[in-house]
Design a protein around this ligand. Sequence first.
Ligand code: FES
Length: 187
Amino acid sequence: MWVSRISSLGARTIKKLARGQLEYTPRIRLLHASSSRIDTFFQSPPQVPRYFCTTPAVDPSQGGKGEVQTINVTFVETDGTEKQIKVPVGTSMLEAAHSNDIELEGACEGSCACSTCHVIVMDVDYYNKLPEPSDEENDMLDLAFGLTETSRLGCQIEAKPELDGIRLALPVATRNFAVDGYKPKPH
Ligand code: FES
């Protein structure tokens, strides 16, 4: 309250001085100085421009491009048909197969509790780029039908840039197929 009174009193005094209606006495000088300081103190803070962005955050692991990076993966089906698909980095081969109508079963839905997502890595160089299988994966692979030296579980292979170009063959059967010949559709 007192602040606005002093401030407005100072402003009125300055106007009168400008019109020559007042003498510039020491008291008025003091009032003028107070008014200026108060105005300065209470003036709005400097306007800092604010920016916001609607672009999705850039993932540094994606090379700073701000887009989801994909790799080329070829699935070779049991009849020899090849399907080349683009797989986003971070996606499992089981998810990629299901998204592209490739008949890779995945009965336990990727929890490493079956062997129905068994795939055979066709090139040993790519096989060697994969991380070592866990004990759980090895246990399940032991149950896989038609196990090979480069067999892995599709749900445990994650798309990574170094796997660009990998080729995965589907085994002629899985344990489920071998028992009754039933070919389940992907989930
Ligand atoms: Fe069961 Fe991969 S889906 S182990």
